[in-house]
Design a protein around this ligand. Structure first.
Ligand SMILES: N[C@@H](CCC(=O)N[C@@H](CS)C(=O)NCC(=O)O)C(=O)O
Length: 216
């Protein structure tokens, strides 16, 4: 059974944004069991954890001899080892992997910049101007993604690890109102969040923060 690491206290008040969330979701999608080791911020920076994660972050994933870091790499590993998150056809599989990279490398950067702007740049005199620029970049990407998704349920045929990461990334926009400008993307995120595996993962992460057992 793999062991992942997660925050012992929620940095987001239980919104399911910490990056153990996509790992939990992927494990739930493929029907595996997993253990969780909870860490404080201080423990993440100690040598014992840095031996697992060079940047002193989470999540990590330990399975036998294998130690992995980077949530995207962990999700890819899970998807490659189990059925259900990547298509069998090699070309379709390559395209699903492309969507994983697109989520993390093309769509997430402006969304993450927006989150940072709201947290650490809020008192800067240039804050409002910066928000306009960053939100413009987000809308450009969302417009393109919305056009590509069209009326489809998922990005590339059946639900894949690409959708799992894309929905994970888009969830960071909850509460900003931007996602609502793209009804098909709002519906896409809602479809992802309605998946039983997502619910189990979300509830398990929330249970830690609420100080109760995942089943309670
Ligand atoms: N690209 C990394 C980012 C990891 C990351 O930013 N993790 C956050 C938790 S969601 C963290 O550990 N933050 C504490 C820190 O960076 O000191 C991944 O996807 O795994």
């Amino acid at each position: 059974m793999p062991t992942i690491t997660a925050f012992e206290r929620s940095p987001d008040g239980g919104k399911g944004l910490a990056r153990d969330m996509p790992v939990r979701w992927a494990i739930e999608e493929v029907g595996q069991l997993y253990d969780v080791r909870l860490l404080s911020f201080a423990e993440m920076k100690e040598p014992a954890h840095r031996a697992l994660h060079p940047f002193g972050q989470l999540p990590t994933y330990e399975e036998g001899e294998l130690v992995l870091f980077e949530s995207g790499a962990i999700v890819l590993h899970i998807a490659e080892r189990h059925a259900g998150l990547l298509p069998d056809d090699p070309n379709a599989r390559a395209r699903a992997v492309a969507w994983m990279f697109a989520a993390l490398n093309t769509v997430e950067p402006p969304i993450f910049d927006r989150a940072i702007a709201g947290i650490v740049e809020a008192n800067e005199p240039w804050h409002e101007a910066r928000l306009r620029v960053v939100e413009g970049r987000i809308r450009e990407r969302l417009g393109e993604l919305s056009a590509r998704l069209g009326n489809d349920n998922w990005l590339e045929g059946a639900f894949s690890a690409g959708d799992l990461l894309m929905v994970t990334v888009l969830r960071r926009l909850h509460g900003l109102g931007i996602l609502a400008e793209y009804p098909n993307l709002s519906a896409y995120v809602a479809r992802g969040e309605a998946r039983p595996a997502f619910r189990r993962a979300f509830d398990a992460q929330l249970a830690v923060f609420a100080g109760r057992s995942p089943t309670g």
